[in-house]
Design a protein around this ligand. Structure first.
Ligand SMILES: Cc1ncc(COP(=O)(O)O)c(C=O)c1O
Length: 411
């Protein structure tokens, strides 16, 4: 081929506009930076990662070891998931959400993240709008945009417990709205909607004819006696315009095993399975067998983890609220505290005056050697997300450093 001909055929862009528009996951980026600094010998405390510090329970690991020894699990298996796992997920959904589904409605995915991506890809046409309560988990808007959809953010600040109201949703709905995203307990805020709020929002969505995609991945992590409410059972009026997302990562300390799922009406599940059959096929069988042991087994391990998370939650929230310029509402779910740091912005800290929470987070990492995720990753500036799913000793050192560093802020 002549050089001239090649030049003629060089496309204008190397990376497509669609993919170039995707931002790096800010939470993973903060975690990677903290780990790199740690590897370089800096004593960084990481409040960035959204993963339990506990090992996966032994009986789950044993199930994986046994599966790895069976040649049938060395082969391809059905793209939608192992039939026994799909059935166990259907049963578990009845146990935990009170919602009756058939195993055929379950699609086993490569982590909850793939379920998020596939559900938006399956439901959205270009220009379809999705109402996304904010602060939101950083992946949702990217998954919506990748599918050609338009995320419409509805912000709820700390004065309303980071929970949106029906009035706010009503103001955001348009003739292009197809989906409402509902996440409780929430990442990044830890907010948990009450049964009444959940029903009210579900009824509103039903009255508008919207689909609801609900992410229940933190269902077992609630505190202070606050119950988890599934919008599926709180508002049966939604009928079949409902997709439930979930996974084993948070409940069973299985973030690295990569098993999640989506539950949808049969036509949607079938369409999503077709897509997955071309993209990734079945999830690793060994991981699926581990997930089977998890979802078909007891909830004792998560109950034990919860005791530790609860202790750390209280320690972190009271330490944060003791810092002048920081306000942190008590989170009732997940394992995150979402601190309002607007009172610190513009003040002199460590020799500079951070104007945004992104600048403040960078300063904290550099000067106090503590990794936190800035609010910009989840919505407006002015907030920091701190995960308390780390060891008690590290947590104590980290919050002491924050108190000392941020406590030095001058007017
Ligand atoms: C709200 C929420 N949904 C889904 C996920 C996906 O988890 P995974 O892909 O590890 O199963 C996460 C992980 O951080 C999350 O916070």
């Amino acid at each position: 081929m002549s050089a001239e001909l090649t030049a003629d055929h060089v496309p204008a862009r190397r990376v497509s506009a669609r993919i170039a528009a995707i931002a790096e996951s800010a939470t993973l980026a903060v975690d990677a930076k903290a780990k790199a600094l740690k590897a370089a010998g800096r004593p960084v405390i990481g409040f960035g990662a959204g993963e339990p510090d506990f090992p996966t329970p032994d009986y789950i690991v044993e199930a994986a070891v046994a599966a790895a020894r069976q040649p049938k699990f060395h082969r391809y298996s059905p793209a939608a998931g192992l039939p026994e796992l799909r059935s166990a997920i259907a049963e578990k959904t009845m146990r935990d959400s009170g919602y009756a589904v058939d195993a055929s409605q379950v699609l086993v995915t490569n982590g909850g993240k793939q379920a998020v991506y596939e559900s938006f890809a399956t439901l959205l046409d270009p220009g379809d709008e999705v109402i996304v309560p904010s602060p939101f988990w950083t992946t949702y808007p990217e998954a919506i945009r990748l599918a050609g959809g338009v995320p419409v953010e509805v912000f709820a600040g700390p004065e309303q417990g980071y929970m949106v109201t029906v009035e706010q949703l009503e103001a955001a709905v348009t003739p292009r709205t197809k989906v409402l995203l509902f996440v409780s307990p929430s990442n990044p805020t830890g907010a948990v909607y009450s049964p009444e709020q959940t029903r009210e929002i579900g009824l509103w969505a039903a009255s508008k004819g919207l689909w609801v995609i609900t992410d229940e991945i933190y269902e077992h992590l609630t505190y202070d006696g606050v119950p988890f409410t599934s919008i599926a059972t709180a508002a049966p009026e939604l009928g079949d315009r409902l997709v439930i997302l979930n996974g084993v990562a948070k409940t069973y300390a299985m973030t690295g095993w990569r098993v999640g799922w989506m539950i949808a009406p049969l036509d949607v599940t079938k369409a999503a399975t077709n897509m997955q059959s071309h993209a990734t096929s079945n999830v690793a069988n060994v991981s699926q067998m581990a997930a089977l042991a998890a979802v078909a087994g007891p909830l004792t391990a998560v109950d034990e983890m919860k005791v530790a998370f609860d202790r750390r939650r209280k320690a972190m929230v009271s330490a944060l609220n003791a810092i002048d310029g920081v306000e942190c509402p008590t989170p009732h779910g997940a394992f995150y505290a979402y601190a309002d740091v607007r009172g610190l912005l513009g003040r002199e800290i460590g020799g500079i005056r951070p104007a945004t929470s992104a600048e403040l987070a960078a300063l904290i990492l550099d000067k106090a050697e503590v990794a936190v995720v800035p609010g910009e990753a989840f919505g407006p500036s002015g907030y920091l997300r701190l995960s308390y799913a780390l060891g008690d000793d590290d947590l104590a050192v980290g919050v002491a450093r924050l108190q000392e560093f941020l406590g030095s802020a001058k007017a």
